[in-house]
Write a protein that binds this ligand. Structure first.
Ligand SMILES: Cc1ncc(COP(=O)(O)O)c(C=O)c1O
Length: 305
């Protein structure tokens, strides 16, 4: 591991397990624990650090000075990359989906402040960018530049996710997490405790690509995982009054911040499935809090913290 990354990681807080205390869980004899990767770092929180760590190690090993990546106007990935790039002395370029918003979103303002160059690309160009998966695959890429696919979706990300799971010092039957590109899910499938099943909750509507993406990232086939497609609430970054209300009540009760794009939808899904008796009594589940609370600035609901 590059010494600059080791130094950066030393500034991180430990990721604890929080047991969720709730009468619903007691009634159904389910133990739910949240793996609080949201607490790792104020900016590079959740699965962002897990996914970036070994990709950035590759960047530094190759001696690349510039990292180019892509994301939306509220992208947690671009946000974390811009900050990390500043800390590591790397130039960063963000290819942002759609027209330049006026004013810039708080996420993009942070990215600019941390030195990221923003280039706005049309939605059709953005879709094409998803095809370039290797670090030198972006057409026109120059020596010294490193291409990081959307959401840090690269096989190198899996080792960081595995490290996060290795921190869990509790046996468990089920591991749950929200999914966008499926990279975190792939890491969890390959590294979950023996005998545990893994469920990814799709944050995107009609995310038929997810199974394929996960399989592509994994070195061999596995059978202990599934993707649940029933809790996207209308699509990526869409929310409903019911979801907002659920998040609000959960935050007040448990003093744990959620956001409606990933972790809020996953926790809602778990509560709903538990209430519908979809899980065996006696089950211990661990749900990954993948962070991303900065994205709350894109919603009008009042964030918890
Ligand atoms: C907060 C948060 N949770 C979950 C995810 C989904 O992760 P993945 O793209 O690896 O499926 C993302 C996107 O990267 C995210 O920003």
């Amino acid at each position: 591991m590059h010494p600059a990354l080791i130094r950066l990681e030393k500034t991180f807080s430990p990721s604890i397990l929080s047991r969720i205390d709730d009468p619903l869980l007691d009634r159904h004899r389910i133990e739910l624990w949240l793996k609080r990767d949201d607490l790792l770092h104020p900016v590079i929180s959740g699965n962002k650090w897990r996914k970036l760590k070994y990709c950035l190690d590759h960047v530094l090993t190759l001696g690349s000075g510039t990292v180019i990546s892509m994301g939306g106007a509220y992208s947690n990935h671009l946000h974390a990359l811009a900050f990390t790039g500043k800390v590591l002395g790397l130039k960063t370029v963000g290819l942002v989906r759609g027209e330049r918003p006026e004013p810039l979103t708080p996420t993009l303002q942070d990215c600019l402040r941390w030195g990221m160059e923003l280039r706005f690309v049309s939605r059709s160009e953005y879709r094409l960018l998803r095809h370039y998966r290797e670090h030198d695959a972006l057409p026109g890429i120059r020596p010294g530049e490193y291409w990081l696919p959307e959401g840090g979706a690269h096989a190198l990300a899996l080792a960081g996710i595995q490290e996060g799971l290795d921190e869990i010092d509790l046996s468990y039957d089920m591991l749950c997490l929200p999914c966008g590109t499926g990279t975190t899910l792939a890491g969890c499938v390959g590294a979950a405790a023996e005998g545990a099943s893994v469920i990814g909750f799709a944050a995107v509507k009609n995310a038929v690509y997810l199974t394929d993406e996960v399989e592509k990232l994994l070195p061999r086939p596995y059978t202990h995982w599934t993707v649940n497609h029933d809790y996207h609430f209308g699509g990526f970054a869409r929310t409903t009054p019911e979801l907002n209300q659920f998040i609000h009540e959960f935050e007040l009760k448990h003093k744990i911040g959620l956001e409606p794009v990933y972790s809020g939808k996953m926790i809602y899904a778990l509560y709903d499935l538990i209430a519908k008796n979809r899980f065996k009594p006696g089950l211990r589940m661990i749900a990954l809090h993948t962070g991303g609370l900065q994205g709350n600035r894109g919603f009008t609901r009042r964030p918890f913290s």
